[in-house]
Ligand binder design. Structure first.
Ligand code: C2E
Ligand code: MG
Ligand code: MG
Ligand code: MG
Length: 292
């Protein structure tokens, strides 16, 4: 009886898994199409702001899939299957192309704001990536230092060498690097000794807990202090309240991103927001001129 019952449950498990993988295969087939056509995979854009002046310090591109039947999908619904498929390269190129098109538009309007793009750690295993990014920067005529690549180091340790080579190649092109979700990976600190980066992004979970948790507050404080000591920018993620905003400012955090300031904005609305922000904040206008 026992054997029969467990046999039954194994069969049930297998069919559930088959259904899930069939669905993932369907999703990937649909993605292949979406990458060919247009306007199904879109970027929304979330500004990060300077905590003292309110001026935009950068804008992060976040992918959305306006799926004709499944509705609006977020990265949590489809990034993982893409990462485990042969379409990761095509997807990464697509996102970079869309993001650089946006950045090129800003440059034409005289807006001098970097765009941040999230890279799957797995895409750093592809030696062709730096060359592809260099080509895309040339095609869109965007200077390399206007592009910030956000990376998380949930990375396969055995592949460290390849990843370091790819990151070094990107650095030497002048592209900026940011460590996303800083503090949540297994090796955030060791990572900093291997690769020079430009920015640390304090993970939302620490910002969320810093009011109640001494541990979370200490992690934020030390991350900010370390960033300053190393001459890196530090951006707090997921700021939702005025209390979090002022606590971060008190800790010396210079820049923040979150619903308290802006939710992600559709691509056709972002430049109006940035133009208004740049007009309103004299400090930003000065820094834009200083860069000319
Ligand atoms: P992330 O890079 O850490 O992005 C921050 C996430 O937090 C975004 O979710 C953003 O919409 C959300 N967020 C921003 N402010 C707030 C806030 O105040 N409160 C809360 N609760 N959430 C906030 P999203 O867009 O769903 O992206 C999730 C993750 O998916 C990203 O985390 C990033 O790792 C990944 N991702 C997004 N776009 C891309 C992409 O184009 N390519 C790749 N490979 N990954 C992407
Ligand atoms: Mg990010
Ligand atoms: Mg993040
Ligand atoms: Mg995060």
């Amino acid at each position: 009886y026992q054997a029969k019952a467990s046999g039954g449950s194994v069969a049930a498990y297998d069919s559930a898994r088959d259904a899930a993988s069939t669905d993932q295969l369907a999703l990937l087939a649909e993605l292949r199409e979406a990458l060919q056509v247009d306007d199904q995979l879109v970027l929304v854009l979330q500004p990060a702001v300077d905590l003292t002046t309110g001026a935009p310090t950068g804008v992060e591109a976040l992918i959305r899939w306006r799926h004709p039947r499944r509705g609006l999908l977020g990265p949590a619904d489809f990034i993982r299957p893409i990462e485990n498929s042969d379409q990761l390269g095509a997807f990464t190129r697509y996102v970079l192309d869309k993001a650089l098109a946006v950045a090129a538009g800003w440059a034409r309007e005289g807006l001098d704001i970097p765009i941040s793009v999230n890279l799957s750690a797995r895409s750093l295993l592809d030696h062709r990536l730096p060359g592809e990014i260099a080509e895309a920067l040339r095609r869109h005529q965007v200077p390399a230092d206007r592009l910030v690549l956000e990376i998380t180091e949930t990375v396969v340790m055995s592949e460290l060498e390849v990843i370091d080579q790819v990151l070094l190649a990107l650095r030497s092109m002048g592209v900026q690097l940011a460590v996303d979700d800083f503090g949540t990976g297994f090796s955030s600190l060791a990572f900093l000794t291997r690769i020079t980066v430009d920015e640390l992004k304090v993970d939302r979970s620490f910002v969320l807990q810093m009011g109640d948790s001494r541990e979370a507050a200490a992690i934020v404080r030390y991350t900010v202090g370390m960033a300053h000591e190393l001459g890196l920018r530090v951006v707090a993620e997921g700021v939702e309240t005025a209390a979090q905003r002022s606590a971060l400012a008190e800790l010396g955090c210079t820049s923040a991103q979150g619903y308290h300031f802006y939710k992600p904005i559709p691509a056709d609305k972002i430049s109006a927001v940035l133009n208004a922000l740049s007009r309103e904040t004299p400090n930003n206008v000065r820094s834009l001129r200083a860069d000319d």
